[in-house]
Design a protein around this ligand. Structure first.
Ligand SMILES: *[C@@H]1O[C@H](CO)[C@@H](O)[C@H](O)[C@H]1NC(C)=O
Ligand SMILES: *[C@@H]1O[C@H](CO)[C@@H](O)[C@H](O)[C@H]1NC(C)=O
Ligand SMILES: *[C@@H]1O[C@H](CO)[C@@H](O)[C@H](O)[C@H]1NC(C)=O
Ligand SMILES: *[C@@H]1O[C@H](CO)[C@@H](O)[C@H](O)[C@H]1NC(C)=O
Ligand SMILES: *[C@@H]1O[C@H](CO)[C@@H](O)[C@H](O)[C@H]1NC(C)=O
Ligand SMILES: *[C@@H]1O[C@H](CO)[C@@H](O)[C@H](O)[C@H]1NC(C)=O
Ligand SMILES: *[C@@H]1O[C@H](CO)[C@@H](O)[C@H](O)[C@H]1NC(C)=O
Length: 715
């Protein structure tokens, strides 16, 4: 008791000595309520702060326990504060915890936390900040986890001092408005490595989003191919790699295994996401978007001239779809999966409805999992209807069933309305989809001029929207599609599109719009977003590096030998300069182990390499290391590839931002671009952004001279 009082005085003294005035900062998403105890001294977080998990609840929570979340929280706190000596997490109780230093105490038992629907949730938490303790009490383990995100955001938004980081005394309470809050990634038309999926979960989790819908099978849509003889050449993918002796092994051709997740890969990604409170909802899309299946089983399983649509009346079709689910259902940790079921032949409504119900029953009986389908208005005879226990994910207004009617009929609905919530990788067909969520729509897109929220399906007509409290409205998922395939974007460009969008979406799906008076204003959001984006722990999708005082990361006047730097990939904006004189050989001699050597074809080698990109001599092409696609430098988007002249010195200066990369050579400007094929109807040029390949210089068999190498932050 005595020592507690002493430490309170001590920390009060230090805080005032360093002139720190603590106050609770607005954050993303907004916290439902906080009442300051302004006469009380603040809580000061320092490198000796203990994290204690209530021993009564340490193992409570599934799939992640309270202590599991606490350990991840500690790592995040260390990375945000730099307090590397922060004591390890301990189990204990508030009473017998060591009182020498202030502590963060995680416990459970908060009551009265309901979604707007009135349904109780384990995602809520209360918190109480006093000089000696910062107590987070979840209504479930996940709620306590969100409470730790709140604490971390306060750290990011508060300027610390030598004494530590001060938190205003007071208490608060917070609960999400809706049960489903997250995003869909089209990982079917574009390949993404497992680490990228995991990093997206970790990033989204900082903003309290908890659902990652993974669209994992599909094909590019191009009518010229689909209806023509070369339909097998159209890119399609099924991303879960079956075991070699599985009955569905043929679904992933050998040449495409390099673009699939093994069971172990996927299990690890799910575990990382779960450790951050995020559930992956996998989607295997049938009976439309099914080219991977007809490529495997033959066009007989498709409808005439539309091999992407399966013929559900063919005796092999439904057994094939069930066999696919048999293989992968045991992989999936989520209590729910999506069977897609969008954009099918409208003439086959009853067959389609029968299929959805049959698959729902099958998956439920096999695994106990519930299913979701995209909202598609299949005009059946009226004799049959989709089971009410199938959740409908509305996306196309008014193309699919009207969501308010579905709600009236008793369906549970998730809002993914494309007018608000659909993005497309890099570019869209004449602005059909957005590159980032439209901030204007998000903050003022409701019919009454208020902000968007999951209950808003249209901006034009209040009668087609519902109340935030509608018990059948589960929440909302925004979506990023990759209609143009692997060569439209790098994975990091997809992150650039998502970064700010996820944050605004998080505010709207956690707090809603017009429900709480603590909701953020757009100005408040804009004022803190960049700070929070930069602070988001556990991943480095920004590929940020510590900036040296002169902004120069490295400078090497001459690079006679291959060189490894202390950097890896450096996110834009940056400037990379070098002078290069490649050898004019068509073959080079490579040494062999026995001391001899052999001549091999020489493509110029790689000048720079890093985790995300490589810069080749040939065509001065940037390679995206995840898809292995090369993008040569061009003087015009559709012009010839640049040729780096051999045997003469050329000075190259690369300037990169998040929306383009260009090179200045001899006073001329050249761009790294791509050309995307829009629905097979026309080609559209677009800029590419690349992170700087900064790990290896003179990487991979470059022959010639290289010098004047300088990597500087800022474009
Ligand atoms: C679907 O397959 C069945 C059985 O092979 C066949 O009778 C039917 O004509 C096919 N449907 C269409 C629309 O081709
Ligand atoms: C949904 O309802 C149908 C029909 O009543 C039933 O067959 C199926 O098992 C149910 N599914 C779930 C996930 O409860
Ligand atoms: C809702 O949307 C449908 C489809 O666009 C439209 O016909 C109807 O007029 C809208 N309004 C209401 C109140 O349902
Ligand atoms: C900036 O700092 C780097 C790294 O310390 C150093 O190599 C470089 O010479 C400096 N550049 C200038 C222009 O001062
Ligand atoms: C996978 O292999 C195919 C066929 O060799 C190739 O076209 C593709 O670029 C490879 N993808 C990756 C990610 O390596
Ligand atoms: C990108 O891929 C599409 C096929 O999806 C192809 O038509 C196009 O030419 C490719 N673009 C480049 C720059 O290679
Ligand atoms: C690439 O970006 C530059 C600078 O914003 C712009 O002028 C140019 O039009 C863009 N190129 C393409 C193909 O979009």
């Amino acid at each position: 008791m005595k020592s507690t009082q002493f430490s309170e005085l001590c920390f009060l003294g230090l805080a005032s000595l360093f002139g720190v005035t603590a106050s609770f900062q607005p954050q993303i998403p907004s916290v439902a309520s906080f009442t300051a105890a302004s006469n009380d001294p603040p809580f000061v977080l320092s490198s000796s702060t203990q994290i204690i998990v209530d021993s009564a609840f340490q193992n409570t929570g599934s799939p992640v326990s309270l202590i599991g979340y606490a350990n991840t929280f500690r790592e995040d706190l260390v990375s945000l504060t730099g307090f590397t000596e922060l004591p390890g997490v301990q189990a204990g109780s508030l009473q017998d915890a060591p009182s020498a230093a202030p502590m963060i105490f995680l416990t459970l038992g908060a009551t009265g936390h309901n979604y707007y629907s009135g349904v109780a949730t384990e995602e809520g938490y209360d918190f109480a900040i006093r000089s000696a303790s910062y107590v987070i009490k979840g209504s479930g383990a996940l709620g306590a986890w969100w409470g730790t995100r709140t604490l971390l955001q306060q750290v990011a938004l508060t300027t610390g001092s030598a004494a530590g980081i001060s938190f205003a005394a007071g208490s608060g309470s917070d609960t999400p408005g809706w049960e489903v809050r997250g995003f869909m990634l089209d990982a079917a038309r574009h390949w993404f490595e497992p680490s990228f999926l995991a990093d997206l979960c970790i990033y989204a989790s900082f903003f309290k989003l908890q659902t990652f819908h993974l669209h994992a099978s599909d094909n590019i849509w191009d009518q010229n191919f689909i209806a023509g003889p070369n339909w097998r050449d159209l890119y399609s993918a099924f991303r879960f790699r079956p075991s070699p002796n599985s009955p569905i092994a043929g679904l992933v051709p050998a040449a495409q295994q390099n673009e699939t997740y093994t069971k172990d890969d996927f299990t690890a990604v799910q575990a990382t996401c779960a450790a951050h409170g995020v559930t992956i909802i996998p989607e295997i899309d049938t009976p439309g978007h099914s080219l991977p299946i007809t490529k495997w089983k033959g066009p007989e399983l498709g409808l005439p001239d539309t091999p992407d649509l399966l013929n559900l009346s063919h005796p092999e079709t439904i057994p094939t779809i069930k066999a696919i689910w048999d293989e992968v259902l045991p992989w999936f940790a989520a209590p729910e999966v999506s069977i897609g079921a969008d954009e099918y032949d409208p003439a086959l409504g009853d067959v389609y409805i029968g299929f959805v119900n049959e698959l729902a029953g099958y998956i439920s009986q096999k695994s106990g999992k519930a299913i979701r389908v995209w909202g598609t208005n299949e005009p059946g005879s009226g004799a049959v209807s989709i089971d009410k226990n199938v959740t409908v994910q509305h996306w196309d207004f008014p193309g699919d069933s009207i969501p308010v009617r579905l709600l009236e009929q008793g369906y549970r609905v998730i809002n993914s309305e494309q007018q608000f919530l659909y993005l497309d990788g890099k570019t869209s067909d004449n602005g059909q989809f957005l590159v980032e969520l439209d901030q204007g729509l998000m903050w003022a897109g409701a019919p009454d001029g208020g902000g968007w929220a999951p209950n808003i399906f249209t901006r034009h007509d209040a009668g087609n929207n519902t109340a935030p409290q509608n018990p059948l409205l589960r929440g909302a998922l925004m979506a990023i599609w990759n209609d143009w395939g692997n060569n439209a974007t790098t994975p990091l460009e997809i992150y650039y599109q998502l970064a700010r969008s996820l944050a605004v979406f998080a505010e709207k799906t956690w707090a809603g719009s017009g429900v709480r008076d603590t909701q953020l204003s757009q100005d408040q959001f804009d004022g803190i977003y960049e700070t929070l984006n930069a602070a988001a722990p556990g991943q480095n999708l920004n590929r940020a590096v510590v900036s040296p005082s002169n902004n120069t990361l490295f400078a090497y006047p001459s690079v006679p030998q291959p060189l490894k730097t202390s950097y890896d990939s450096v996110g834009p904006p940056y400037t990379l300069r070098f002078t290069v004189k490649p050898l004019s050989a068509t073959q080079i001699s490579v040494p062999l182990f026995d001391g001899s050597s052999m001549l091999v074809p020489f493509d110029g080698g790689v000048l720079f390499a890093g985790r995300d990109s490589k810069l080749h001599v040939q065509g001065l092409a940037f390679e995206d290391t995840s898809t292995r696609i090369r993008y040569p430098l061009r003087s015009t988007p559709t012009g010839k590839a640049y040729v780096l002249p051999a045997d003469v010195e050329t000075t190259v200066e690369i300037h990169a931002t998040r929306t383009y990369t260009y090179a200045l050579i001899g006073g001329e400007r050249y761009w790294w671009t791509t050309e995307v094929d829009v629905w097979g109807e026309y080609m559209k040029a677009a800029n590419m952004s690349f992170a700087a390949p900064a790990r290896f210089i003179r990487a991979e068999g470059f022959a010639g001279e290289l010098g004047g190498v300088e990597l500087v932050l800022g474009a």
